[in-house]
Design a protein around this ligand. Structure first.
Ligand code: GLN
Length: 285
């Protein structure tokens, strides 16, 4: 059996839409089918009449079926782009979100020292740390995570990106937030920690069902880890150092109060590109 590329993409999009786990069925179908062909998406438009043979059809149908079960496209492809870096991802790490790129934008316009030491806490795939390393080769970038699986994925990413010249290798450490670090160590502490309330019904919907809970959920209605990080960072930051933490769209007021109560200055909350409250920034006095 064989089939034209454009036909297969059309059929696959219909099948994915009917399964009702995706709100981007057409895009998902294009990405999955072209992954089998090892071609960019533009190939569909330049060569819509290409024929997939039986093996390619079977491989594409397998991926489409998994997507119909709800498995995120990024896990099926084994990769996700963040800040124009192609990162390896699997079920051991959160899939990097475009909303988090607003944090990179923000950091790049700070006037940090040339040799700034920065740490990305709960790095997962390494997304934030690697984006910073790619933009600021002179920074000393550390990335940590409590999950051994995450450190393994981040290690793969730093090695791959170093090999293709995208950035220098970053330092990876397994650890519990900042508990292993001494006072006055960093010019910048950044984190996209778990911040979802364990009762949040969104956890039962869509792609997050397949992501590691430890990367999503935090005790104390989602605030526990953010509180811990801001307390520890108060000691580990240098004077004048920056704290940057991502949070949920409905957590702005509580987060600002929490960070101010720790004694930080210039506590400001920022929207993401969708206009939703997304991250807080503050300075250690
Ligand atoms: N922003 C992600 C979501 O809403 C959660 C990421 C996180 O908990 N750090 O699915």
């Amino acid at each position: 059996m064989s089939m034209r590329l454009d036909q297969l993409v059309r059929n696959s999009a219909e099948v994915i839409a009917a399964a009702q786990h995706s709100d981007s069925a057409r895009l998902d179908a294009e990405l999955l089918v072209l992954h089998v062909l090892e071609k960019p998406r533009s190939f569909l438009y330049s060569h819509p009449e290409s024929i997939l043979d039986a093996n390619q059809l079977a491989a594409a149908n397998y991926l489409v079926q998994r997507r119909c079960e709800g498995i995120p496209v990024a896990y099926l492809l084994g990769q996700k782009e963040f800040w124009s870096l192609m990162l390896t991802v699997d079920e051991r790490v959160l899939i990097p979100r475009p909303e988090t790129e607003a944090i990179i934008d923000y950091i790049l316009q700070l006037h940090l020292p040339e040799q700034a030491s920065v740490i990305d806490l709960g790095t997962g795939s390494g997304a934030i740390a690697l984006a910073l390393a790619s933009e600021k080769p002179s920074y000393f970038v550390v990335a940590s995570d409590f999950s051994e699986g995450a450190i393994a994925v981040a290690k793969k990413n730093t090695q791959q990106l170093a090999a293709n010249g995208s950035c220098h290798e970053i330092t990876l450490l397994r650890g519990d937030w900042l508990s292993a670090f001494s006072e006055n160590s960093f010019d910048l502490v950044v984190s996209n920690p778990p911040y979802i309330d364990e009762q949040d019904p969104h956890l039962q919907q869509g792609d997050v069902r397949f992501e590691p809970l430890s990367a999503l959920v935090s005790k104390d209605s989602g605030y526990d880890d953010i509180k811990l990080i801001s307390r520890q960072a108060k000691a580990c930051l240098k004077n004048g150092g920056h704290l940057i933490i991502e949070h949920g769209y409905d957590q702005r007021e509580t987060i600002i109060k929490t960070i101010e109560a720790e004694g930080y200055l210039n506590v400001v909350d920022h929207d993401d590109l969708n206009g939703m409250p997304r991250f807080v920034t503050a300075i250690k006095p």
